[in-house]
Write a protein that binds this ligand. Structure first.
Ligand SMILES: [Zn+2]
Length: 651
C-alpha cells in the first residue's frame, strides 16, 4: 500500500493504488469479489481426503471478524460516507493555497485526514462485500465507494500539477521552513519526480473522473464468473461439486487423474464458451493501460506502470530473462513430479496434485500456533505484535456461501489489520495463513514506526514480507518433520511454491508484456488472439515441445480465469518477491541478529523509501541476475535431496 498522500499524487500508473491494502485496490480498481488479487501464489488448495473433524461453522464468532471497530453498523458507515461526500467540495476549494509553506502543510494535512476517512469507508465496504457477494447491499456499497473514489480523486486531482508548478527549489525551501511538512516530504518529492508524466489540472481531473469506467471491465469479468455463468457440476467421491472457479481449484488437486481431467475439461469448456466476452473485457483493460501510457508520454505501458513505484524496467526484464534461462530446472521438476506420481506421461492437469499425502490436517488454531513458532527467528517484537493480533477477532477464517475466493490482508492505520481467509485445514491453507500474517506483521511494524503518510508500503516489498514468512514456515516444518515421507512432503511443497510463485507468475508477467506489446504495435486483441498468445507461453514454460508435458489446446483458455490481469503489470511482483523472500529467509535462518534486523528494518520503513531502493539498501538488488540464480540453485538443491531420498529407497 502506498501512503495516502502518495496515492493521491500517484497518477502515473494506477490512481490510488494499494498493495496489501487490498480494499483500496478492490474498490478503486474494480477487483471487488476477486480478492485473489492479494492471494499468494500458493493455490487455495484442498486435499481430497476430508479433514479429521468437520470445519467449524463459518458463523462461529471465533472465526468471523469483528468490524464494529470500523463502524458500529451499516447506518454509521453510510452516515460517514455522506459526511465525507459533503466535504469533498472543501478539498477542491483548497486549490490555489499551496503557494506558502503553511498553506501547503494545511492543505496536505487536510487531504491526508480525508484520505484516511475515505480509506476506512473503503475497507468496510470491501471486507463486507468479500464475505458475501450475493448481498445486494454489499454490491451497492462497493458501487457507492467506486463513485466516492471517483469524486474524491477528481477533487484532489489539482494537487500534483500545483505541487509540480511550485518546482523543486520552492518545495525544498518549504520543507526547510515548515517542520510540520516532514510527513509529507516523501509524497512531495515523489510528485516532483512524476512531473514529466503529469498532465494539466483539467486533464488530470477528467482522467480521474473516468476511473469507474476504467474499472468496469474487471467488474464485468467478476460478475460473469461468479454470478452469471452456469457452471457444471461433477459427482466426485459421492458428492456433487460445482466446477466454478473455487470448485475447479479444488478438483485440480484431486489424486484421481480421471477426476482432474474431467474437472479441467468441464471448467475450460465453459470458459471457452465466453471467450469473446472475456476477450472483450480483458482487451478493454489492456487498452486503458496503453492509452494511459500514451497520454502521459511514457514509452510503453510497462514503463508507465513500473515508474509509479520507481521500479527500474530492468527488474521486469531481468526477471523474465532469468525465468526463461531457468526453464530447464522447471522441466526437471516436472519430470520428477511425473516419476513420483508414477505416471506414464504428463498432462497439464497433473501439475497440482500432491506428490505425497501425509494425512495431516491443520486447523486454523494449529495454523496460528505454527505461524507463531515458524516466525520465532524474527524476534520478540514481531512475536509480540503477532500474538496480540491473533488473539483478537481480526480474521474471517472459513469458506462460506457467497464469499470471495482467495485470501487478503487489509486495514486502517491505528488498528490491528484484518485477514481474510478461506481456510480449508490443509497445508496450503496453513501457508496462506502464514503469508497473510506476513502482511499483517509488516503492517503492524510500519504503523508502529511510521506516520500514516509513510506507513503504507508498496506491493514490491509487501510480498517479500509475506513470502519470507512462508519460507520460514517451510523451514520450520522441515526441521520438525518426523519421517522421510513427511520430509518429502515439505520439500515438494517448497518446490511447488517456487513453481507457482516464480515460474507461473513470470509466465503471467510475460503474457502481460505480450498483450500490451500487441496493442502498442497497433494489433487488435480478441479472445482468440489472447488464447493464442497464452498458448505459446503455456507450452514454452511447460516444455510441450521438449516432450516434458502435453498441453490440451482447450486449456489455453486459462487466461480468462486469472483476475490479476485486470491490474496490469503487478503479478511480476509475486515472482520477484519469492526471489527476495528466498534470500531473506536464508539470511534470517543463519541466526545472525544483524541480518534479522536488516529485514525487520525493511518492514519498519513502510513506504518511507522507494521499494526497489529499500530492498537494494538491504542487500537485495532485483535488477541483477544473482538473486534469481540463487533461487534456481535452491530449487536444484531441493530436487537433489529428493532424489537422494529416492535413491536410498527411504520413500
Ligand atoms: Zn500477499
Amino acid at each position: 500500500m502506498e501512503t495516502p498522500l502518495k496515492k493521491l499524487f500517484n497518477r502515473t500508473a494506477k490512481p490510488l493504488k494499494c498493495a496489501t491494502a487490498i480494499a483500496c485496490a478492490l474498490v478503486l480498481q474494480g477487483l471487488a469479489a476477486t480478492a485473489q488479487a492479494q492471494t499468494t501464489a500458493v493455490t487455495p488448495a484442498t486435499q481430497a481426503t476430508a479433514p479429521a473433524k468437520p470445519a467449524p461453522s463459518p458463523t462461529d464468532p471465533r472465526y468471523v471478524w469483528d468490524l464494529t471497530g470500523l463502524y458500529a453498523n451499516d447506518a454509521a458507515w453510510d452516515a460517514e460516507r455522506i459526511a465525507v461526500l459533503a466535504e469533498i467540495p472543501q478539498l477542491a476549494a483548497l486549490k490555489g493555497t499551496l503557494n506558502t509553506a503553511t498553506g501547503l502543510r494545511a492543505a496536505l494535512d487536510r487531504i491526508s485526514a480525508q484520505t484516511q476517512r475515505w480509506r476506512r469507508l473503503a475497507v468496510y465496504a470491501s471486507t463486507q462485500q468479500s464475505t458475501d457477494n450475493r448481498d445486494a447491499r454489499n454490491q451497492e456499497r462497493a458501487g457507492l465507494m467506486r463513485a466516492l473514489g471517483g469524486r474524491f480523486s477528481a477533487a484532489v486531482s489539482w494537487v500534483s500539477p500545483e505541487v509540480q508548478a511550485l518546482g523543486r527549489d520552492t518545495v525544498e525551501s518549504f520543507l526547510r521552513a515548515e517542520p510540520g511538512l516532514i510527513n509529507h516530504a516523501v509524497g512531495l518529492r515523489d510528485t516532483l519526480r512524476r512531473a514529466p508524466h503529469t498532465l494539466g489540472a483539467e486533464a488530470e481531473g477528467a482522467i480521474a473522473s473516468l476511473s469507474p469506467v476504467i474499472n468496469a471491465p474487471s467488474n464485468t469479468r467478476t460478475l460473469l464468473a461468479t454470478t452469471d455463468t452456469v457452471w457444471p457440476t461433477l459427482m466426485v467421491d459421492g458428492q456433487s461439486v460445482k466446477v466454478n472457479e473455487t470448485g475447479y481449484q479444488k478438483l485440480r488437486e484431486h489424486p484421481d487423474r480421471a477426476v482432474r481431467k474431467q474437472a479441467f475439461d468441464a471448467f475450460f469448456k465453459v470458459l471457452g464458451q465466453y471467450e469473446n466476452t472475456y476477450g472483450s473485457t480483458l482487451s478493454a483493460r489492456v487498452e486503458a493501460g496503453v492509452v494511459n501510457a500514451r497520454l502521459r508520454k511514457h514509452p510503453s505501458a510497462v514503463a508507465a506502470s513500473l515508474s509509479g513505484n520507481e521500479i527500474p524496467e530492468a527488474v521486469y526484464r531481468t526477471l523474465v530473462a532469468q525465468a526463461n534461462a531457468a526453464l530447464p530446472t522447471l522441466h526437471r521438476y516436472f519430470k520428477l513430479r511425473q516419476k513420483l506420481l508414477k505416471l506414464p506421461d504428463l498432462h497439464y492437469y497433473d501439475v497440482y496434485p500432491e506428490l505425497i499425502n501425509i494425512q495431516r490436517s491443520y486447523s486454523a488454531d494449529v495454523s496460528a500456533e505454527l505461524t507463531l513458532a515458524a516466525t520465532k527467528p524474527l524476534g520478540d517484537e514481531y512475536q509480540g505484535l503477532l500474538t496480540q493480533a491473533l488473539s483478537m477477532r481480526s480474521m474471517h477464517t472459513y469458506p462460506a456461501d457467497g464469499k470471495s475466493s482467495g485470501a487478503y490482508q487489509t486495514g486502517v492505520y491505528g488498528m490491528v489489520p484484518f485477514v481474510f481467509l478461506n481456510h480449508q485445514d490443509n497445508y496450503a491453507s496453513l501457508t496462506t495463513y502464514a503469508h497473510e500474517w506476513g502482511h499483517g506483521g509488516h503492517t503492524m511494524l510500519a504503523n508502529k514506526y511510521q506516520p500514516p503518510e509513510t506507513a503504507g508500503y508498496s506491493l514490491f516489498v509487501a510480498e517479500v514480507a509475506s513470502m519470507t514468512n512462508e519460507a520460514l514456515l517451510g523451514d520450520h516444518m522441515l526441521k520438525t518433520s518426523k519421517s522421510p515421507a513427511e520430509r518429502l512432503f515439505y520439500l515438494s511443497e517448497s518446490l511447488e511454491r517456487l513453481r507457482g510463485g516464480f515460474f507461473r507468475q513470470t509466465m503471467f508477467a510475460e503474457f502481460e508484456l505480450a498483450t500490451h506489446d500487441a496493442l502498442e504495435r497497433g494489433e487488435a486483441l480478441s479472445g482468440k488472439k489472447l488464447t493464442q498468445l497464452y498458448c505459446g507461453l503455456l507450452r514454452k514454460y511447460h516444455g510441450a515441445d521438449a516432450g516434458v508435458m502435453q498441453i490440451d489446446p482447450q486449456y489455453c483458455q486459462e487466461w480468462a480465469f486469472i483476475p490479476h490481469f485486470y491490474r496490469p503489470f503487478y503479478v511480476y511482483v509475486y515472482a520477484t518477491s519469492i526471489v527476495g523472500a528466498t534470500a531473506f529467509g536464508e539470511r534470517i535462518l543463519t541466526g545472525n541478529t544483524q541480518q534479522r534486523e536488516t529485514f525487520l528494518n525493511v518492514l519498519r520503513a513502510g513506504g518511507s523509501v522507494p521499494p526497489y531502493q529499500l530492498l537494494k539498501n538491504a542487500g537485495l538488488d532485483l535488477a541483477t541476475p544473482q538473486p534469481y540464480q540463487a533461487l534456481n540453485q535452491r530449487m536444484t538443491a531441493i530436487m537433489d535431496e529428493i532424489e537422494t531420498l529416492l535413491a536410498a529407497k527411504m520413500l
